[in-house]
Write a new protein. Structure first.
Length: 93
């Protein structure tokens, strides 16, 4: 029962994070190109301010949909494919 509730909470977090069109665009971009830093993502998504992009990346990371890897002063993002397959398989099509 506790495991079922944890999965339900995880699903709600993922769907809530993907409830914003810009976040879906970010997730789709990262399924095509893994390991992009914030400036790379910003360059590919027009009209998204840096602070707004950081907020979206934080939401996607906190729900577990994105993995992040620090390398010096840069943070690189990629899609957590296992979680995407389970809760948002349409991202991987």
């Amino acid at each position: 029962m506790a495991e079922e509730n944890a999965e339900l909470r995880q699903a709600v977090k993922v769907y809530k994070a993907l409830g914003e069109p810009t976040r879906i665009k970010i997730a789709l971009l990262l399924t095509e190109e893994q390991n992009l830093c914030c400036s790379d993502i910003s360059g590919k998504l027009e009209s998204v301010a840096g602070s707004t992009l950081s907020h979206h990346l934080k939401q996607l990371t906190e729900c577990g949909l994105l993995n992040m890897r620090k390398d010096g002063t840069y943070i690189y993002y990629s899609v957590n494919r296992e979680l995407a397959e389970k809760y948002a398989p349409y991202l991987l099509e």
